[in-house]
Write a protein that binds this ligand. Structure first.
Ligand SMILES: *Cc1c(COP(=O)(O)O)cnc(C)c1O
Length: 374
């Protein structure tokens, strides 16, 4: 059996090695390292894939969220509602810009923002909602858009874990995750569903004016060469990453399908276990399984993780601490127990290896090792 990894980037690379190697060498020979033709081509191909008007490449997923808030002209003191059950980057950029993160709990099935909780969190200072499409499944965007419209709020989708997921509206129309709100930010960190071989990110929007502002923001607030009308940042996707991402974008659907197949196999193997809840798939979204995350019940989760590690199976806890309990984010507005679903999830979730190269033998061994412990 091949060595089991949380994410198997090396075996994935070997299957497309020639294409990748040629693309990287081409960029090096062209010496167009920054804003070269590869970046433009990737941008256009991603626009086509997502069916969105504008893709603005940037340096990483964290920046994609930060520059979205900057381009939307959010100001210190503005409140931004997001989830307490997410990766820190979501709240970090809100705090860094002097905005006030307002946290809400998540739905116990989808792990995405509880839309009733969003309604309760709105104040006259609220300016934006940042839903996170966690683990590869969309937040309940139709409900979120409705709330945003009623209260005149921006919606910035954290799509870092869900590129390629489809959101289905009740009228039957379908949009790609990240193209639904005012802006969507994505990360091309190597382990993401569309990952480069280094850092990278992008923002998606259908709004022409916002796209213009976003392009200024990622490039030092520069409107005309050396004319800086805004305070921006330096956030670029480099050409080598773009060349690699162009190739991997062609495989993204196939990669996401492979993850879905693996998830299905895990689900079957866990079907009769009452100590585990397998990932729920909402009827409004596809799930592209950035993570395959189980909720354990009456299980010593940390001992389970150790048991798996001892057998050579990596397993991870995404996430062990909700944002409102993170040291740097402690806030008198929030206390332990305020977000019971997120707190329960932090204590009970465990994510199993999930990537494009998992084979049946590995999945069976992983699942049997989990069941053997329970
Ligand atoms: C990965 C991730 C980010 C940050 O992306 P980087 O490219 O690492 O900056 C932000 N939000 C979520 C939910 C993520 O998973």
């Amino acid at each position: 059996m091949n060595k089991i990894q949380m994410v198997d980037l090396h075996n994935q690379y070997l299957k497309i090695k020639k294409e990748i190697d040629d693309a990287v060498i081409n960029v090096i020979e062209s010496c167009a390292f920054i804003n070269g033709p590869e970046v433009k081509s990737f941008q256009e191909e991603l626009q086509n894939y997502l069916n969105v008007k504008h893709v603005i490449p940037c340096g990483n997923g964290t920046d994609s969220l930060q520059v979205s808030m900057m381009a939307l002209k959010l100001k210190p003191g503005d409140e931004v509602i997001t989830t307490t059950f997410t990766f820190i980057a979501t709240a970090e950029v809100i705090a860094l810009l002097g905005l006030t993160p307002v946290l809400v709990d998540v739905d116990p099935q989808t792990f995405t923002m509880d839309t009733e909780a969003i309604k309760k969190a709105i104040t006259p200072k609220t300016k934006a909602i940042v839903p996170v499409h966690l683990f590869g499944q969309c937040a309940d965007m139709e409900a979120i858009l409705k709330i945003a419209k009623e209260h005149n709020l921006f919606v910035i989708e954290d799509t870092c874990q869900a590129i390629g997921a489809d959101y289905k509206f009740s009228d039957g129309s379908v949009k790609k995750a990240g193209t639904i709100g005012n802006a969507g930010g994505v990360s091309f960190f190597p382990s993401k569903n569309l990952g480069g071989y280094g850092d990278g990110g992008a923002i998606f929007t259908d709004d022409d004016d916002l796209a213009t502002q976003l392009r200024y923001m990622v490039n030092h607030g520069m409107t005309i060469r050396y004319h800086h009308d805004y305070i921006g940042v330096n956030s670029r996707l480099d050409s080598i990453q773009a060349a690699i991402l162009r190739i991997k974008l062609r495989y993204l659907e196939q990669y996401n399908k492979a993850r879905q197949e693996s998830a299905k196999k895990y689900n079957e193997l866990f079907a009769n276990c009452d100590k585990l809840t397998v990932p729920y798939i909402a009827d409004y979204s596809t799930h592209i399984f950035h993570q395959y995350t189980l909720v354990t019940k009456n299980v010593d989760r940390n001992a389970l993780q150790k048991h798996l590690n001892d057998k050579g199976i990596p397993a991870a806890i995404y996430y062990p601490i909700p944002l409102h309990k993170q040291k740097a984010y402690l806030d008198p507005r929030y206390k332990s127990g305020d977000f019971p679903v997120s707190e329960m999830l932090c204590d009970s979730v465990i994510s199993l290896p999930m990537h494009t190269e998992l084979d049946d033998e590995q999945i069976k061994f992983i699942a049997e090792s989990v069941l053997e412990f329970l």
